[in-house]
Design a protein around this ligand. Structure first.
Ligand code: F6R
Length: 364
């Protein structure tokens, strides 16, 4: 049942190329997002004045990355909120607000309650859900299904990746309907999105070095993931993967924020993972890595192929294929999933069923 893999998590990591392909195919026809698939009409899309993305855990991390993509490509202001906060905050929502909830299970109590709160306030709701017929799928005004297939491992991988890709397609289509994108650029972005599965496959084919590195860092006390923009959003997910299955304390920081307090935690040998896939932010994050190094940090870098100069700064480097900055996060997250997995295995832990956690959190 684990398809030759030792754990469901590894199986599901390897299913990502297919899961993403299936998700894209379910929403795209002849190189264009097919709106009829989720029944939102063009008038509604044109009327959206703001988007709030609401979710928990990894699904919230999808929102954290998606906000950059949707704002940049579709020009719609996006706010991202934890469902457990949103539901009690009395959020201000305008009439033309769209609330997007993201959930693998479709049963997460806080996310469901947030959805109900939004509906009560009379705004439109769109759910990105993996489980067909789940509560969230049934109650939202519009539903887009991820086609990840059943996810067994408590730590999400393929559902997260499919959710992220759905947000890219939404950004593209919202941009197109609202006249915010030229056809050439739309086609170029679509071509990039279509490359994601094969690029992830390349990362998976090259995973042994990460296993080696994981063994080396398996006794770390703390791990810091630092990056800016989408790199930061991916760092949040990498950090959660690490802590939930390896039980190593880890944090993700917007790299520029480190010096406002957290850098005092960096000492000799502390592992700092610098995420360097946003080209325009590369130098900035490198300089934060150098600051950590001068305080004794041990540095891992994650960058696109071609950025070989990073080897002058980082002690260990992993590369991912080059891709447009909006979508590269889909590649960048994969080595971090693998790293969390390998560290958990190296520590002899129960990868698929980490302590204190359930696959679906149906109580608040
Ligand atoms: C982490 C993880 C959780 C879920 C969160 C939301 O690996 O799986 O953080 O992402 O509990 O669950 P869903 O997506 O089912 O609403």
């Amino acid at each position: 049942e684990r398809g030759g893999f030792e754990h469901f998590m590894m199986k599901e990591i390897h299913e990502q190329p297919t899961a993403i392909k299936n998700t894209i195919n379910s929403l795209v026809t002849n190189g264009k997002v097919d709106l009829s698939k989720f029944e939102m009409d063009e008038e509604t899309i044109k009327s959206i004045s703001a988007i709030t993305i609401v979710a928990c855990g990894s699904a919230w991390h999808v929102g954290m990355a998606a906000q950059y993509v949707i704002e940049d490509i579709a020009g719609i202001p996006v706010r991202v909120e934890l469902a457990s906060e949103f539901r009690y905050r009395g959020p201000l929502l305008s009439e033309n607000h769209l609330v997007i909830v993201v959930s693998q299970s479709g049963e997460t109590a806080d996310t469901l309650a947030a959805l109900r709160e939004a509906k009560e306030r009379g705004v439109k709701t769109l759910a990105i859900v993996n489980v067909v017929g789940s509560s969230i799928a049934r109650e939202a005004d519009y539903v887009i299904y991820t086609v990840a297939g059943p996810e067994i491992s408590v730590a999400t991988t393929k559902a997260y990746s499919c959710q992220l890709v759905v947000t890219y397609l939404l950004a593209l289509e919202f941009a197109a309907v609202r006249g915010k994108i030229e056809k050439d650029l739309y086609d170029k972005y679509m071509a990039e999105i279509s490359r994601i599965p094969e690029c992830i496959q390349k990362i998976l084919d090259d995973k042994e070095r990460l296993q080696w590195f994981a063994a080396k860092i398996a006794n770390s006390k703390d791990i810091f993931f630092i990056g800016r923009g989408i790199d930061y959003a991916i760092g949040l997910e990498g950090s959660l993967k690490m802590k939930e299955i390896s039980y190593i304390h880890s944090e993700a920081y917007a790299a520029g924020e480190l010096k406002h307090g957290t850098i005092s935690l960096i000492e000799n040998g502390t592992l700092v993972i610098g995420l360097l896939c946003q080209d325009n932010l590369y130098e900035k994050t490198i300089s934060n890595m150098v600051e950590c190094k001068s305080r004794g940090a041990y540095l891992m870098g994650l960058a696109p192929y071609g950025r070989y100069e990073i080897e002058d700064t980082a002690d260990f480097v992993t590369y991912v294929p080059k891709m447009d900055k909006h979508f590269v996060g889909s590649l960048e997250v994969v080595p971090l999933q693998l790293l969390g997995y390998y560290v958990s295995v190296a520590r002899g832990l129960d990868v698929d069923k980490p302590r204190n956690l359930a696959k679906s959190v149906t109580v608040e």
